[in-house]
Write a protein that binds this ligand. Structure first.
Ligand SMILES: Cc1cc2nc3c(=O)[nH]c(=O)nc-3n(C[C@H](O)[C@H](O)[C@H](O)COP(=O)(O)OP(=O)(O)OC[C@H]3O[C@@H](n4cnc5c(N)ncnc54)[C@H](O)[C@@H]3O)c2cc1C
Ligand SMILES: *[C@@H]1O[C@H](CO)[C@@H](O)[C@H](O)[C@H]1NC(C)=O
Ligand SMILES: *[C@@H]1O[C@H](CO)[C@@H](O)[C@H](O)[C@H]1NC(C)=O
Ligand SMILES: *[C@@H]1O[C@H](CO)[C@@H](O)[C@H](O)[C@H]1NC(C)=O
Ligand SMILES: *[C@@H]1O[C@H](CO)[C@@H](O)[C@H](O)[C@H]1NC(C)=O
Length: 345
């Protein structure tokens, strides 16, 4: 066998397992004595194991209320965990002691009710973003904006303020589309130790309940605003990063879903021209964003030998504005680095 084919086969063996798609395993694993929680990276930033003594999987809002009631009545320390657990910090890890408990929304994921007349949809908090998008699109509607990454649940997106990119209208943050939110909170014994608060935008707790990092209660249902279905036209312009600090303003004002991926060490900016297109515009309506696909990173030998990895750094500049502030948010683009293999589809 020649050297070349030997290396070729080695390469295949190394790469194929990485790009094979896998069904993610549940982030919670229990044995007879303990349950552990992992994030999707398989390790938390403090390198510790996150555990609880037990877990419950409510399937309805009433069961979620009973779960919170159980926690309050028994003085447990609980956090809501989702099917994905894509948080990077230990946000979903309860205080680690003999009273730690997980409430998972993994099986609380069936309700999606569209109110066509009022351009709204009410969803259970465990519903996955992709399932929601598919359902509303099938019925002729679109969500105005969404994070780039679809491996999230509605409860997780809203609790962490996850976002796409836009400073038009209410901006690119997903929670700006929330019309109403229902949260299960602790209550007195006479109220059964837990009650459901239904909060609309006039309620003083409304904003706090949305981006609560999971500490203000268990979100049960969320009502989101919809628009009539639309397509997006997306074109990338790979260009020099000269004047980026001035160009970004025009760019964001001109294109509704604009963003920029900036490669500072290469003096390159990738401007994304992203705007609404009519439904009869040609195209398959599928966004093949390479960022979230498993792809092999080819690092030139010379670069590897020199121990430099200049190719691997980029910054994605999402433009978010909200009714309260306008900001230029550098979201570190994790996806062009070699950690891609952990992203399972
Ligand atoms: C590859 C990747 C790409 C990403 N891309 C983006 C992006 O483009 N834009 C962006 O903004 N973010 C992005 N993120 C971050 C991601 O949006 C957040 O980590 C999000 O919170 C994950 O949602 P989840 O459903 O997995 O929630 P989890 O990680 O399971 O939970 C997050 C927090 O929400 C709480 N929570 C979840 N559900 C409820 C509920 N029903 N009630 C109360 N609290 C609840 C949890 O307790 C926890 O505190 C990305 C993350 C990854 C791993
Ligand atoms: C249960 O899992 C924990 C954490 O992974 C481990 O330390 C413990 O030994 C396991 N116990 C049993 C009985 O398997
Ligand atoms: C764990 O919780 C389930 C209900 O969710 C319950 O049936 C079971 O007895 C609990 N186990 C322990 C050890 O508390
Ligand atoms: C790409 O961006 C540069 C810098 O803003 C601009 O000069 C150029 O015209 C753009 N190219 C296209 C094809 O839009
Ligand atoms: C889309 O429809 C509009 C009118 O509804 C028409 O003017 C336009 O030419 C159509 N575009 C394409 C690409 O078919």
């Amino acid at each position: 066998m020649s050297n070349t084919s030997y290396y070729f086969i080695l390469w295949i063996l190394c790469i194929v397992p990485l790009i094979h798609s896998l069904t993610p395993k549940s982030p919670i694993q229990c044995n007879k004595t303990i349950c552990t929680l992992e994030n999707s990276y398989g390790t938390w930033n403090d390198r510790k194991t996150c555990y609880a003594l037990n877990v419950t999987y409510p399937t309805t809002e009433q069961q979620l209320r009973l779960a919170v009631s159980h926690v309050v009545q028994n003085n447990l320390k609980a956090k809501i965990v989702t099917k994905f657990s894509h948080t990077i910090p230990t946000l979903s890890c309860p205080l680690q002691n003999n009273h730690a408990f997980f409430i998972s929304t993994e099986k609380y994921d069936s309700g999606i009710e569209i109110d066509a007349e009022n351009l709204a949809v009410t969803v259970d908090s465990g519903v996955k973003l992709r399932e929601l998008i598919d359902e509303v699109e099938k019925n002729g509607f679109s969500l105005v904006n969404a994070p780039y990454w679809e491996g999230v649940t509605i409860g997780g997106v809203i609790s962490t303020g996850a976002h796409g990119s836009s400073w038009w209208g209410k901006g690119g943050a997903f929670h700006e589309q929330v019309l109403e939110i229902s949260v299960v909170v602790p209550a007195s014994k006479s109220e059964g130790y837990a009650k459901i608060l239904r909060l609309d935008s006039h309620h003083p707790l409304f904003n706090a309940a949305k981006v609560s990092l999971g500490v203000l209660g268990a979100i049960s249902k969320v009502k989101l605003s919809l628009e009539h279905r639309f397509k997006r036209s997306i074109t990338f312009n790979f260009t020099d990063d000269n004047d980026i600090e001035n160009v970004y303003m025009d760019h964001a004002n001109k294109y509704e879903f604009a963003d920029i991926t900036w490669y500072p060490s290469r003096h390159t900016a990738v401007y994304r021209y992203d705007f609404r297109a009519p439904l009869n515009a040609s195209g398959d309506g599928v966004f093949d964003f390479i960022g979230f696909q498993a792809n092999s990173i080819l690092v030139p030998e010379s670069v590897r030998g020199a121990g430099v990895n200049v190719e691997l750094h980029s910054i994605m500049l999402n433009l978010i504005s909200t009714s309260r502030h306008t900001s230029f948010d550098p979201w570190p683009n994790l996806f062009s680095v070699s950690t891609n293999y952990i992203l399972v589809k």
